[in-house]
Structure formats: C-alpha cells, structure tokens
Design a protein around this ligand. Sequence first.
Ligand SMILES: [Zn+2]
Length: 77
Amino acid sequence: MGFRYLLLAAAIWVGYLIVRHLLRQRLTKPKPTSPQKSVDSVQCKYCGLHLPKEEAIQDGEDHFCSIEHRDATRKQR
Ligand SMILES: [Zn+2]
C-alpha cells in the first residue's frame, strides 16, 4: 500500500514542477519588439554590408558603407 502513495506523491510532485516551469516561462516571456529591430540599418549597395543608417554614406536612394564604395558604384554607371 505504501508504494502506491509514494507513486501518487511522485506524480503530484512532477505535476507541480511542470506547472511551476510553465508559469516561470510565461513570466520571463521576451518582449515582442527586439532591440535589434529598433536600430535603423541599411545595406551597402556595393558590397552588401549591413550597417547603422547614421554610419552609412547616403547617395539618393542608395546607401554605402564607405565613400570608396559609393564612388565605385558611380564609376560603373
Ligand atoms: Zn560597401
């Protein structure tokens, strides 16, 4: 008879751990907006490098990682 109660107690304990785990997961849920997306990043038209918009060289609608790449794209035209 004692073994049955032990099994029941173990089942309750496991159930308690699962519920606690689920509750903790819900509490530590990450925010919907990630910090990376808040930074406005652009892509260099010449080499494809991603960089923050404020660090990029802008030429009309296009963005470049450096003046060299902007000039290189201009020479191709
Ligand atoms: Zn580049």
